[in-house]
Write a protein of this length. Structure first.
Length: 441
């Protein structure tokens, strides 16, 4: 005669309940769980098109339900932070711009603000340079959100929005190329100001963009917001309330989509944002739909900021007056599109021997930064982007560490995914808008 190791199971509102009185746990569970042996582990990534770069998700599935989700990063490791310790302070701009490659101008601005704080020249940055920084960052915020909308739409089956989002982003990249000479990875915003002034042709392009973009946003909403598949795939999907966001350190549009209007441009202003008129969009539901609504609203607010910045562009220098810091203060592109023009080099060489020697030392060694450490946080398209910079008094950083919002926000993915369907892992992960170049820096 055999004794049963468990009592007769009974069904309740919370599922099947039984009392174990002894025996092997796996044997007991297999007797009551008909699909106990059917759980599978799936590797999504690190090359999966829906993981926004080289992100690996390890999913334990029971049917189509996710029982456990783990994020694995490190497949795009660049060592940028370590490389900064072997370059001078100005050269650092060319490295940090490549971290979050969808928001290069934010990486540059945060770094420049940190170096300027160490130098004690924050108040010396010219009004025109500060206005240009705001102008460029808000254009970059729009282009980043457009990539999010395009790629998320594609992952949920809306192929047309993929084409439209990248089409409008191209217009912004053309503006960036007109101003900086590059579409991405600009190294344009540097300690002391910006590398060169904004040409009149770029101002015309920006104004044309501001006239065109509101109509395009309306088209996006007409295409998606009333579409039954889009609403089914986004509403009440991957919910993370404000308590969960705060517990996990989540910031940016994901936090604001849970109802908390936390935006560093308002709460801890920098670059004169306190003098601009704009709102902080929020949404109460904390789901994929709410993140979609917040990002579209943020594009509209960024357009307001760009227009205000254009109206404030008064003539003036774009670098600090201190020539021991201000290289390259007046960058002039040569006829080949690279380097300094021969006229600019001749001007430097023709001033005086002392001037030439100083320029040579500034370019090769860089300027010295007083010893100390600072933290500067700004509001990037994905949340709080912070820079902890440490100087030992030399011409190179002792240590620079980024508080990258993609890295922090990714830890919310298991909370969003577990207990939901595998299809919703795609929607939830996309709604975080992670960029792996920022995670694996």
């Amino acid at each position: 005669m055999t004794t049963s190791n468990y009592a007769t199971e009974r069904e309740t509102d919370e599922g099947r309940v039984f009392t174990v009185t002894g025996g092997d746990w796996d044997t007991v569970v297999s007797g009551t769980d008909p699909i106990n042996d059917e759980r599978i582990v799936v590797n999504m990534g690190p090359q999966h098109p829906s993981t926004h770069g080289v992100l690996r998700l390890i999913l334990e599935l029971e049917g189509e339900t996710v029982r456990e989700a783990r994020s694995v990063i490190g497949y795009l490791h660049t060592g940028i932070e370590k490389n900064l310790e072997y370059r001078n302070w100005v050269q650092g701009s060319t490295f940090v711009t490549r971290m979050d490659y969808l928001a290069p101008l934010f990486n540059e601005t945060a770094y420049a603000l940190a170096v300027e704080k160490l130098l004690g020249i924050t108040d010396d940055i010219t009004e025109r340079a500060t206005t240009i920084r705001v102008l460029m960052m808000e254009l970059n915020r729009i282009s980043s959100h457009l990539v999010w909308l395009a790629t998320t739409g594609m992952e949920l089956g809306a192929i047309s929005i993929m084409l439209y989002g990248f089409r409008e982003r191209e217009y912004i990249l053309d503006i960036f190329e007109t101003i900086t000479g590059l579409r991405m990875n600009h190294a344009y915003i540097r300690p002391g100001g910006v590398a060169q002034d904004v040409p009149d042709a770029a101002v015309v392009k920006i104004r044309d963009f501001l006239k065109m973009m509101p109509k395009k946003l309306k088209e996006y909403e007409d295409l998606l917001s009333g579409q039954p598949i889009w609403t089914e795939r986004t509403k009440n999907v991957a919910v993370l309330d404000v308590t969960g966001c705060l517990a996990l350190g989540v910031t940016g549009p994901v936090l604001r989509s849970a109802g908390l209007a936390w935006d560093l441009r308002k709460t801890m202003p920098y670059c004169g944002y306190e003098t601009y008129e704009f709102d902080v969009p929020t949404h109460p539901d904390g789901d994929v739909w709410g993140r979609y609504q917040v990002r579209l609203a943020e594009i509209r607010e960024s357009m307001k900021l760009v227009e205000q910045a254009l109206d404030r562009l008064k003539p003036g220098p774009v670098m600090v007056a201190d020539r021991k810091i201000a290289w390259p203060a007046q960058l002039a592109i040569g006829v080949d599109g690279m380097g300094n023009s021969l006229e600019h080099v001749a001007k430097i060489m023709g001033q005086s021997m002392e001037s030439l020697i100083h320029h040579f030392k500034l370019v090769t060694e860089g300027f010295r930064v007083p010893p100390g450490q600072v933290y500067v946080g700004i509001e990037s398209p994905r949340g709080e982007l912070g820079v902890h910079a440490v100087s030992d008094g030399g011409t190179r950083p002792y240590r620079v560490h980024y508080r990258e919002p993609s890295f922090v926000n990714l830890q919310a993915l298991p909370a969003m995914a577990e207990g939901g369907l595998i299809a919703d892992v795609i929607a939830g992960g996309a709604s975080l808008d992670p960029v792996m170049g920022g995670c694996d820096r």
